[in-house]
Design a protein around this ligand. Sequence first.
Ligand code: ZN
Length: 262
Amino acid sequence: MRSFPKNPEYLIRFDDVCPTMRWSVWDGIEQVLIANDIRPILAVVPDNHDPKLYQEPADPRFWDRVREWKARGWTIGLHGYQHRYVTEERGLIGCNRYSEFAGLPYVEQHRKLSAGIEILDREGVHPDLWVAPGHTFDGHTLQALRSLGIPTVSDGFGFVPQWDADGTFWIPQQLGRFHHMPFGFWTVCIHIDELVPADVAAFAESVQGFRRFFTNVPAVQARYEKNRSHRVNEVWAKALCWSKRMRYSGGRSPALEPMRND
Ligand SMILES: [Zn+2]
């Protein structure tokens, strides 16, 4: 039988995790996560070349810290390879017109993904799922990821996590901040570099307000293991995508935050 969340479920994802991230904020966030036993997705850039992600001096213990997170049961996402946008393709999600992957030939995408996975493997932190920079990737990306043993994606506007007909497991990612929802599955994506140290207290407060509803990737994979692609989910996903495009163009849309660009 298909699983459907009667109460809201929330997953937290942090993007752009790399040696030069904003540690002055992250250290406080990390303590809140540990204190509340929340297991987030951490989207790690294997070999960052994006100057926008040079926020603070590199932490020489970066990979030790990633290993510690993994050992806590936190989920490690493969966040691209070098976080450099090289095409102007929208890809499958369609929100942004730039990509590190979408539009490139399969062989080139496979090479970049293999290189990224190799770096994480060398550090002992094999990625659990895929998180695309800019939310942009295409069918070749997913095919290459499946061939490399990573069939799970954190992206898309679906209503519930589900498998598609090609063998990719989609964990939807719809929100840029916490919103009270009556039901449904929601991933909240937070960019550490948008926060200042004073925001840690607000984050702790949000966590308290939602703490009954947090889930984690292993629990999601177990609960929705039998969900297959369904027309209702596809219609919902298209509606949410449309609403976000409306917001980008200044039109009215539901109270959902637009996803940031990277
Ligand atoms: Zn990113």
